[in-house]
Design a protein. Structure first.
Length: 735
């Protein structure tokens, strides 16, 4: 049987902000009592009531397991002063708490709530401070009611805070009217959570609100597969499968959403394509802006041939015919695409273009989609390259949404923008980039169209090339300095569907035959732990990267990471570690960031400070501060970060990573298992992307038949995208 107890919160020992779980000590009848449970709102100094049961813990003795909790507003002068002094209300600390209670006594809380102007009688409280106090008081009361309301639906305190930040005092009313609006308005609350809340509230399964939200959920989910739209009939089928309602009801609601412009219907390649509005707008904008930029023909002010000879001499190179063509096209056209595989001279072309423009006082900006790609671009050009996000001066706006401060109203000031690794750029990032370019700015897009496309929606580089509207130079010659590399030649053979070469003495591509999963894992472990270090002096953590197409399965990243952690960084009394869910993060571990964190601060060894660690950034845990509850991580061998324990859901181990996560990165050594794969992952594009991540050595371990099946499968994953169609249509409308 549940009991009710009351007490003052003396100390909060632990608090999980995501789910509200808390361990605290309260003063209950002049005795200290441990309490634990889901307590969404709790602060030291509060008077609270708790419903639950007493239990005996072998370690801590008698405790109270909390089932529900409620803040109690004190009624006596001493209690009110303690409450106000606790910091619960912004703007009131111990000094003002004493002044307020001395002035108003037991009526102090009523004065704040009902007659707050009287606080102006307190010395030190002016109009601004009064506004801060009253706003905080009413927010806390409303927040308390919201948390209690949401608690019965299993919604965490973190989400409650986000909901309140959007809806404020109207939150409960809005949710009661239509709980599915949470999926649209609150970042992180998707259809599944909103549907669970609605079900507990008694909303019918054929409610128009539910059907509309389900349709939009499907359109959001397809972005995970890179689609920007879905065929109307397929959308109806998928929504029926999700909601278990009649297709007629779905079609009716779909028509309503289109009429209200909550969704967009457009014809793409004879398909009735249904878009979320922002994706349709992004595709249309990219098509229009690219065409506009591309329409300008430039006359370069000097003798190009003479300048090329001069640059060849300075750089100590001799450009091939295709490379010269690429440089000339960059000088005379508004937009140029340069695409080719490894060893085809893309870096040489970029350097020549930079030199040519720089010699004639043109301002050139360089960027790439990821931090590692930008760093590599800086190293190969000797010029600063930024991530596209940094180039566009990103910041967080309201509701934690990303805002680019470089845009059509505040454009980039430059003559030329060169983007590397363009295959990784999705449609929304391309839209934001183009919006920051004024007419007259040259744009050079460099990338390998045969790599995997962007993680986000769209197939931008491929669509631009296939439209044949934008000037494109396709590099297909492997240069002499790369011909000795089997990594390079095999990459091109894979693209052509040809058998590859390996196990040639003094070459850089090897295949080790193993059949059973256990033997493959054992071989990979031995390679990474001892053999590659012994024979080539590669550092197991810094130089060797295991790539696999899968997360799950015996040869997926999760299984391999556990084995490699114990092989390369075993448990030791000398190493601190922190358990977090299924992971144990240990000093010495290799880790990867899996979410963009724009606020986290870092400091380089040189003393330079900055913010932002991004999806795909990799680092090593070099320390742990148990007192401050922080991991100390060095990302990219230079950015030192203090990483809070409650943010560890943003990290995974990265001894092994998926091929998709490896995009934009290069590693000295790539090791990859070759075994059974599901059809969607068994294709040459994944294999090609994996081996082109390696700079010095590739080692494949497994069965040749699976290698051959990947090479022979040229079927690319089809993405529903409309950019190619729009570029062709836009070009046909030109007079």
């Amino acid at each position: 049987m549940s009991l009710e107890i009351k007490g003052t919160v003396e100390d909060i020992i632990f608090k999980n902000e995501d789910n509200g779980f808390c361990v605290a000590i309260i003063d209950h009848k002049n005795e200290m009592l441990f309490i634990k449970g889901i307590i969404p709102i709790i602060e030291e100094g509060q008077m609270m009531s708790f419903t639950g049961k007493y239990v005996n813990d072998s370690k801590y003795g008698e405790q109270f397991n909390v089932e529900s909790s409620q803040i109690l507003l004190p009624t006596d002068k001493d209690g009110i002063e303690l409450f106000l002094a606790s910091g619960f209300i912004d703007g009131i600390g111990p000094a003002f708490a004493e002044k307020i209670v001395n002035k108003f006594g037991k009526d102090s809380l009523d004065i704040i709530q009902y007659n707050s102007d009287k606080l102006l009688e307190i010395e030190g409280i002016g109009e601004k401070k009064l506004e801060k106090i009253t706003k905080s008081y009413f927010e806390k009361l409303a927040m308390k009611d919201l948390v209690i309301f949401l608690q019965k639906f299993g919604v965490s305190t973190t989400f409650a805070n986000r909901i309140y930040s959007i809806y404020e005092g109207n939150a409960i009313s809005y949710i009661n009217q239509n709980p599915y609006r949470l999926a649209d308005d609150i970042k992180g609350i998707g259809f599944v959570i909103a549907d669970s809340i609605a079900k507990k509230m008694g909303v019918e399964k054929d409610s128009p609100f539910r059907i509309a939200s389900g349709i939009k959920h499907i359109l959001n989910e397809i972005q995970n597969e890179g689609h920007t739209f879905l065929d109307k009939d397929e959308l109806i089928i998928n929504t029926k499968r999700l909601l278990f309602v009649e297709p007629e009801l779905i079609e009716n609601e779909l028509s309503e959403l289109i009429i209200k412009r909550s969704l967009v219907l457009q014809m793409i390649d004879d398909k009735e394509a249904i878009y979320l509005p922002y994706l349709a707008e992004a595709e249309e904008y990219v098509a229009n802006k690219l065409t506009t930029l591309n329409d300008t023909f430039y006359r370069f002010p000097i003798d190009i041939e003479k300048e090329l000879k001069s640059i060849n001499k300075v750089l100590g190179i001799e450009l091939h015919e295709l490379q010269e063509k690429a440089v000339k096209e960059a000088l005379t056209n508004g937009v140029l695409v340069i695409t080719g595989g490894p060893g085809t001279g893309k870096t040489t072309i970029i350097n020549s273009i930079i030199k040519m423009f720089g010699n004639n006082d043109y301002k050139v900006l360089l960027a790439a989609p990821t931090g590692r790609a930008a760093k590599r671009m800086t190293e190969t050009t000797g010029k600063e390259a930024k991530t596209i996000h940094r180039l566009l001066e990103y910041s967080k706006g309201s509701g934690d949404y990303l805002v680019f401060n470089k845009n059509s109203e505040n454009p980039l000031v430059c003559d030329v923008v060169i983007i590397d690794e363009t295959s990784m750029v999705d449609i929304t990032l391309m839209k934001n980039l183009l919006s920051a370019l004024t007419e007259g700015t040259r744009l050079v897009l460099v990338g390998d169209a045969d790599q995997l496309p962007s993680v986000g929606p769209g197939n931008v580089l491929r669509d631009i090339i296939e439209s044949q509207i934008i000037n494109t130079v396709i590099l297909n010659k492997i240069f002499r300095q790369s011909e000795k590399s089997l990594i390079v030649t095999n990459a091109h053979k894979i693209n052509n569907g040809e058998a590859i070469e390996f196990n040639i003495e003094n070459k850089d591509f090897f295949f080790i035959k193993r059949k059973r999963h256990e033997d493959i894992l054992s071989e990979i472990e031995t390679l990474c732990k001892t053999r590659l270090k012994k024979f080539y002096d590669f550092n197991p953590l810094e130089d060797i990267q295991i790539l696999t197409p899968m997360k799950n399965n015996l040869l997926g990243t999760r299984a391999i990471n556990k084995i490699m952690q114990e092989a390369l960084n075993p448990k030791s009394m000398m190493k601190k570690e922190k358990e977090f869910g299924e992971f144990v993060f240990r000093v010495g571990d290799k880790v990867m960031q899996i979410k963009n964190n724009y606020d986290i601060k870092w400091r380089k060894n040189s003393g330079k400070d900055g913010t932002g660690i991004f999806n795909g950034d990799m680092g090593i845990i070099y320390g742990m501060d148990v007192v401050e509850k922080e991991l100390l991580i060095c990302f990219d061998q230079e950015k030192n970060v203090r990483y809070k324990f409650n943010s560890l859901n943003e990290l995974i181990h990265s001894y092994a990573i998926t091929v998709h996560k490896s995009q934009g990165n290069e590693f000295p050594v790539v090791v990859m298992p070759m075994s059974w794969l599901p059809n969607m992952l068994k294709n040459r594009k994944i294999l090609y992307t994996a081996i082109t991540r390696a700079k010095k050595l590739v080692v494949l371990v497994g069965e040749e038949k699976y290698l051959n099946s990947m090479i022979n499968n040229e079927k690319n994953l089809i993405r529903n995208c409309g950019l190619k169609n729009r570029l062709i249509k836009r070009n046909s409308l030109k007079i």
